[in-house]
Design a protein around this ligand. Sequence first.
Ligand SMILES: NC(=O)c1ccc[n+]([C@@H]2O[C@H](COP(=O)([O-])OP(=O)(O)OC[C@H]3O[C@@H](n4cnc5c(N)ncnc54)[C@H](OP(=O)(O)O)[C@@H]3O)[C@@H](O)[C@H]2O)c1
Length: 311
Amino acid sequence: MGILAIFALPLLLLGISGIIHIYQSVMWLVSKSAVQNKVVVITDAISGLGKECSRVFHAGGARLVLCGRTWEKLEALYDALISVADPSVTYTPKLILLDISDINCIQDVAKEILNCYGCVDILINNASMKVKGAVQSISLELDKKIMDANYFGPVTLTKALLPNMISRKTGQIVLINSIQGKIGVPFRAAYAASKHAAVGFFDCLRAEMEGFDICVSTVSPTFICSYHRQPAAGNWEASIWKFFFRKVAYGVHPVEVAEEVLRTVSRKKQEVLIANPIPRAAVYIRTFFPELFFAIVASGIRENLKTEEEN
Ligand SMILES: NC(=O)c1ccc[n+]([C@@H]2O[C@H](COP(=O)([O-])OP(=O)(O)OC[C@H]3O[C@@H](n4cnc5c(N)ncnc54)[C@H](OP(=O)(O)O)[C@@H]3O)[C@@H](O)[C@H]2O)c1
């Protein structure tokens, strides 16, 4: 009885972790099979998140069309993908130059995309431009450029590829948005405005596409960390820190966001918010208690000004 009691807990934990492992492996296979042979277009495939999305969709056997505005970076991504993948279960990616803020070129780029395989199954609108600064310090010209890259660009590309999806009565459109498409924070006015506009457009599109079996998803991460900001491997203190606080201190790793994008596609989720408890709570406070949210943001700004004056 005593020996049984000693072994019961470790055996239970082992059993639970085994079940979790099997569940995760099965879900990964399900997600993979959902994108196998599908034509997947990723804009700004060379960004941190774009690269990871390219990797997971490529490994899943998707026929990738990778877009980006720098040819050398696209070629480097191409080399990285084909060097690690098994050629018998993956397709060689196609590369296309696309500057998402160059609205006048997008129709031609869309034709080029359609010429690759004759159709598009999944469009991942990932490209975006960031800007940080006080409203009065950002020129109206830059405000418009941000709006072109983050709103008119994805909208123009989506509209150009939509007739192909509608005629085939199938397709998925994913907008990589941001928590800043749900809440406005200081010094991010142009970016937040463009992300709010994009989410509004794609929410309406989702409803309109209901009759065509076209799924529209928005994925809104909080802060995606850079690789170089990860704690060093092999350092136990860093590992514990990583385990408990990584998401708060360093943001979410691009790999985790890419895997969530794959799950979003395979499960046809409509809206995903990737956020820790604090930013998640901020979204709810903004919705249900807006004045409390504005007061918290304002006190943060006052605190900042006070610290700056003291220094
Ligand atoms: N990073 C975050 O914390 C965060 C948080 C929430 C949401 N997101 C969203 O996640 C997506 C990917 O962001 P990321 O953080 O992975 O990007 P990133 O690694 O910071 O890279 C920025 C990318 O933007 C590209 N770019 C800038 N202007 C462009 C244009 N006009 N046309 C095409 N590409 C352009 C750059 O291309 P070049 O290298 O060629 O200049 C670069 O690849 C974006 O939609 C972003 O809004 C990011």
